[in-house]
Design a protein around this ligand. Structure first.
Ligand code: K7E
Ligand code: CUA
Length: 674
């Protein structure tokens, strides 16, 4: 009997789950009751599966994604959140949301952007009011996050920092993974928008970000700018120097390369074989500007006329030397290598790409560059050695109108694989496979690369295809952008979910689909609705690489990650007045604020030094002042400063917003303004 059941199960539950399911059966087989059914399970598990209508494949999938209560996921996904402006952290394979990190948008739970110096300073510094296009209406309070980039050491994620771009406003943010908090937002000079990046170079020397829609550089005749597009607009590729000590971006040691206004799109960093290079797609080599009411083609039509667009190939090590040698102009505080200098120094080349490309992704060995052309059913794969040889031999098709050499397509192209309709982005596993998202077809294509990534009998061949649900944008394999991807899982990041979830109004969730890569065929093992933003790209990292702090050393300021001189220890609490400034030094612990009564005059400036003096992990307290829009969150050990003018009379009941203890509700006090 037991043998029969075991055979049933292991036969039905294919792949990696077979063993696990077999184990379950081994236990239940000795019990009485239960039987057969389509799940193939017996005993209690069989009864439950049958009652829920689960087939054997469903059971295997459930076992693959199930993480028992109290156990941890193997991977973290760091997900962009689109115009939500934040980063989501998700566990794989359970697909449980672990956290939302406030980045470009104020985030009330973390008290980010509601009074505490930490968030206020990061958000305020993230808007450059001197930018010519800055609307001058206060700090920007949203961003359009597209591409997270984990820091790397030797072309592998090192779990220290994560960067993410703001596609809308040409900005970039840095989150420190010691406390998962945003430390810097940089409004990048000369970038009005961004898409090419971010990604880091293999040892986090630089984080790269380039323009999407080109930047207006000639303000003389703005209404006529589109008629003068090739002169009035420019793209910029930006290399932001990373401070190895704290991950911050150092503008003084950074540089840009001026680019033609071809609408630069996605980008990737070379590694290993292609170390020292970066690659940026573009999709409007036609330089269409729209004007459909004036009888001109819309941008959509105008940008799709030519058969080729251009990949921009930049030798960043050369560019770094050129910048260090001072062959730059400083524009808006950023050193810029002009187009002429870039060409003269041999650090910028163009490479034809089939129509309207979108993603470019460098293979694990750094040898192959895979490009998806939205209007071409192929992926086009280039070989880095051929690219270098063409550069060396000056094997040019022609020189473009900006003087940039265009390499010969046939000299650099290695293979074209017909994968299906609407290829966008690609990822890789550890066995020499590439995976490309097919937006139009709603599918993932799996193909083989060539040597050294793939050393088998059928290089550059489509080997599998998986329908997804629906309209896939990016996709992500675990450790997928590194020199050593894990494969194992792939996450399909789908834009539409139409019929996958019960209706929740007219705006449907995005749909993450977790795909098992361990078998011969790709298999979807779970759907995960994302109802809080539009993730574009995500990166997956081994969870044990993240060395997050459990709690702050006492008095740590999250802005500096150091113990702050103004941090307040128990016994140092005080209220002092100098002129119209009232300084409050407060400690916060379960379940009281000390001092808990603050009396000030209307019009006084209040400066509060707040320290959570808890030494227990997870003992977070809030500090809110109703009507003053103050909402702070202090984790155990955290210090922050708060400043505001008491310009409204009344009695304001400050309170703790986290249910921190049995006497949480008693954790309150008064600010009396008279
Ligand atoms: Cu394809 Cu901004 Cu990376 Cu979205 S982008 S999908
Ligand atoms: Cu502290 Cu509630």
């Amino acid at each position: 009997m037991a043998v029969t059941r075991r055979e049933l199960i292991t036969g039905a539950a294919a792949g990696a789950a077979g063993l696990v399911v077999g184990g379950v059966v081994g236990k239940v087989a000795s019990d009485d009751g239960g039987g057969g059914g389509t799940s193939g399970l017996s005993g209690d598990a069989g009864d439950i599966a049958n009652a829920r209508g689960l087939a054997a494949d469903d059971v295997a999938r459930a076992v693959k994604t199930f993480v028992p209560p109290g156990k941890y996921d193997e991977y973290f996904l760091f997900c962009s959140d689109g115009h939500g402006g934040q980063i989501l952290v998700v566990g794989v394979p359970s697909m449980r949301i672990l956290k939302m990190i406030g980045v470009f948008t104020p985030e009330p739970w973390q008290g980010y952007g509601y009074g505490a110096d930490w968030g206020e300073e990061v958000l305020a510094a993230g808007t450059d009011f001197k930018k010519p296009t800055s609307p001058g209406r206060g700090p920007l309070t949203w961003g359009d996050t597209h591409h997270p980039a984990l820091s790397e050491t030797n072309a592998e994620y090192d779990g220290r920092y994560i960067y993410i771009n703001d596609r809308a406003n040409g900005r970039i943010a840095m989150v420190d993974l010691r406390d998962f908090k945003t430390k810097q937002i940089l409004d990048v000079p000369n970038l009005d928008s961004s898409h090419g990046g971010c990604f880091v170079t293999p040892n986090s020397e630089y984080v790269h970000i380039s323009t999407m829609t080109p930047t207006l550089v000639d303000f003389n005749n703005i209404h006529g700018a589109l008629d003068n597009y090739d002169k009035a607009f420019r793209g910029f590729s930006t290399f932001l120097k990373i401070d190895p000590n704290n991950g911050k971006m150092l503008v003084d040691e950074s540089f840009q390369v001026e680019l033609p206004p071809y609408t630069q799109d996605l980008a990737d960093s070379g590694k290993l074989a292609s170390d020292g290079w970066v690659f940026i797609n573009s999709y409007n080599a036609e330089m269409a500007v729209g004007g459909n009411l004036e009888g001109k083609p819309s941008i959509e039509a105008g940008a799709s006329q030519g058969d080729y667009d251009y990949m921009h190939c930049i030798n960043w090590r050369k560019a770094e030397e050129v910048a260090k040698a001072g062959k730059t102009r400083t524009i808006n505080g950023m050193k810029v290598i002009s187009l002429e200098t870039a060409v003269a120094e041999g650090l910028l080349y163009l490479l034809p790409e089939p129509r309207s490309p979108h993603g470019i992704d460098v293979s694990p060995s750094g040898t192959y560059l895979t490009v998806g052309g939205k209007l071409d059913p192929h992926v086009t794969i280039y070989h880095i050695d051929k690219l270098k040889a063409a550069v060396e031999a000056k094997d040019y098709e022609k020189i473009d109108q900006f003087g940039v050499p265009i390499l010969k397509f046939d000299s650099v192209m290695e293979a074209r694989i017909e994968v299906g309709a609407g290829p966008l982005h690609s990822q890789y596993d550890d066995k020499g496979h590439g995976f490309t998202s097919l937006f139009v077809e709603s599918a993932v294509a799996k193909f083989t690369l060539g040597k050294p990534d793939y050393d088998g009998p059928q290089p550059f061949t489509l080997v599998d295809k998986l329908p997804i649900h629906y309209n896939i944008g990016h996709l992500c394999t675990m450790e997928g952008d590194t020199a050593k991807p894990d494969g194992k899982y792939l996450v399909a990041l789908n834009k539409w979910s139409i019929d996958r979830f019960p209706p929740v109004g007219t705006l449907k969730p995005q749909n993450f689909q977790l795909v098992d890569l361990t078998g011969e065929k790709m298999d979807i093992i779970t759907d995960m609705p994302i109802g809080m933003g539009e993730p574009h790209y995500v990166q997956g990292i081994k969870a044990d690489k993240i060395k997050s702090w459990e709690l702050y050393p006492p008095g740590t300021n999250p802005t500096t990650m150091e113990v702050d001189p103004n941090a307040v220890a128990a016994g140092q609490e005080a209220i002092t007045r100098t002129g119209n400034t009232v300084t409050v030094s407060m400690t916060i612990t379960r379940s009281r604020f000390k001092p808990d009564t603050i009396k000030v005059n209307k019009g006084d400036k209040i400066v509060m030094h707040l320290t959570n003096i808890e030494s227990t992990p997870d003992a977070t307290h809030g500090f809110a002042i109703p009507r003053y829009n103050v909402n702070i969150s202090l984790d155990a050990g955290e210090y922050t400063r708060l400043e505001f003018v008491a310009d409204v009379e009344g009695a304001f009941a400050m309170y703790c917003t986290e249910f921190c203890s049995a006497l949480h509700l008693e954790m309150q006090g008064w600010i009396l303004v008279s």
